[in-house]
Design a protein around this ligand. Structure first.
Ligand code: PMT
Length: 409
């Protein structure tokens, strides 16, 4: 997939350091990032931080050039930057920047770029609560929204000025997900419900201990994010993870396999597509002791019972839903994926070699998988970010559904 060129405008606020995390989050999602910093932003963070992260020159002023040729080139650079990038994201967008944008001022590189920019603009405001609530700020934002700008609202919490309220820059992961959805032009899942499971489950051994696994939830959250960007109503049933749920997704948090089973069964009827990415524990203790198990010098054996197989039950109950399972394997991946496809009555199984030499699979930002389908097709998706893999899984799922409906698979 071609990298998506994005220009990141960094305003002068205490949250400017979080723009560095945003640059990284965008790059992890397959974007190239060109950074423009206002003079005030450079009081908070050094341009070098962004140059090192993005591997590109950072634009810090309108007329920083020395020679006559450089002056000539830099005088039109804002147009070139506007033309070569698909989206302008401004984070943090200060009250001052919003006012300048709303009034069409063009006194420095970023405001000039904003006027010249014809692609999508995403504004991520961050400021003190009183400044945020001020009618001037709200009217400027309303003007910008009316002109097509998209806004990632600030979050509530403790602010750098010591007050508590709305004004904190949205989480960089949330902004990055929003940017990707703003770039997504396909709306081929509009109005459909997609049920995704993600993350591990935790099976208690006693009140303080549990069995779990290495799943971080990244693969499942990437699928939820990709489906939401394409217009789906996404229900994300998630085990305990450290991730921010994608914008607009309905999150159902669970801990154990039984809780995941209940949540999935409750929502399965409303779903057109079900993607079971979660790494569900296969065994648990059916009767968890009420008190912490005491340590002794003796050997301890655990007696474990199987958990309900959610995917197999979905396979038994499914009507016209498209059912996609995963198979995390350390050997014979394709054969195992095909076996699970049949035994669990799936339409597609995503085989994931979790003993991959490059360390992809669990926890990593990238993945490499093989799709096996009901029609007998086997398709390897080469190493890519989990977000890209998620998009490709959805592409193939939709193609498969068409083929199944046409009776060709
Ligand atoms: O979360 P990440 O760190 O991003 O890692 C991603 C991943 C490696 C977890 C993911 O890509 C993946 O492979 N998920 C499936 C993990 C798994 O449990 O595989 P399995 O082969 O044990 O299970 C096969 C299928 O049955 C899975 O769809 C699983 O959700 C489902 N299952 C398993 C047991 C059970 N009791 N109920 C189930 O529904």
């Amino acid at each position: 997939m071609e990298p998506v060129p994005i220009v990141l405008g960094v305003g002068g606020g205490i949250a400017a350091y979080k723009a560095a995390e945003l640059a990284r989050a965008l790059m992890e999602r397959g974007c190239t990032v060109e950074t423009v910093m206002t003079a005030a932003a450079q009081e908070f963070v050094q341009p070098l931080t962004f140059a090192a992260l993005t591997g590109r020159k950072v634009i810090t002023s309108m007329f920083g050039a020395r020679t006559a040729d450089e002056v000539l080139a830099s005088s039109v650079e804002h147009i070139a930057v506007a033309q070569r990038n698909r989206l302008l994201v401004v984070a943090p967008a200060t009250a001052h920047l919003l006012a300048q944008f709303a009034h069409g001022l063009a006194g420095d590189f970023l405001t000039t770029l904003h006027l010249a920019f014809q692609g999508r603009v995403v504004l991520c405001p961050a400021m003190n609560t009183a400044m945020w609530d001020h009618p001037a700020t709200q009217e400027n934002l309303a003007t910008l929204r009316r002109r097509g700008a998209l806004v990632v609202e600030p979050e509530a919490g403790e602010l750098a000025c010591g007050t508590v309220g709305v004004g904190r820059l949205a989480d960089p992961e949330r902004i990055a997900a929003f940017v990707l959805s703003a770039l997504e032009t396909r709306r081929d899942l509009e109005g459909e419900t997609v049920l995704v499971t993600a993350g591990p489950t935790r099976e208690p051994l006693d009140p303080v201990r549990f069995i779990s696994n290495r799943s971080s939830g990244k693969m499942g959250y990437a699928i939820a994010e990709a489906a939401a960007a394409r217009g789906a109503n996404v229900i994300l049933v998630s085990g305990p993870v450290n991730l921010t749920p994608p914008e607009g997704v309905k999150l159902v948090q669970v801990q154990t396999a039984i809780e995941m089973y209940d949540a999935v069964m409750e929502h399965m009827d409303s779903a057109a597509i079900i993607v079971k990415t979660a790494a569900v524990a296969d065994y648990h203790i059916a009767d968890v002791p009420a008190q912490k198990v005491k340590k002794t010098a003796m050997r301890l054996s655990l007696e474990l019972d199987p958990t309900p197989d959610i995917l197999a039950e979905l396979g038994r109950r499914k009507k016209d839903q498209l059912l996609i399972g995963f198979a995390a394997e350390t050997e014979n991946m394709v054969a195992e994926a095909r076996r699970k496809l049949k035994s669990k009555n799936c339409d597609m199984v995503v085989g994931n070699l979790v003993s991959h030499p490059d360390g992809v699979g669990f926890e990593s930002d990238d993945n490499e998988v093989v799709l096996v389908t009901r029609g007998g097709e086997t398709l390897a998706l080469p190493l890519a970010s989990k977000r890209e893999i998620a998009g490709q899984i959805l592409d193939h799922a939709l193609k498969l559904r068409l083929a199944l409906h046409a009776g060709k698979a």
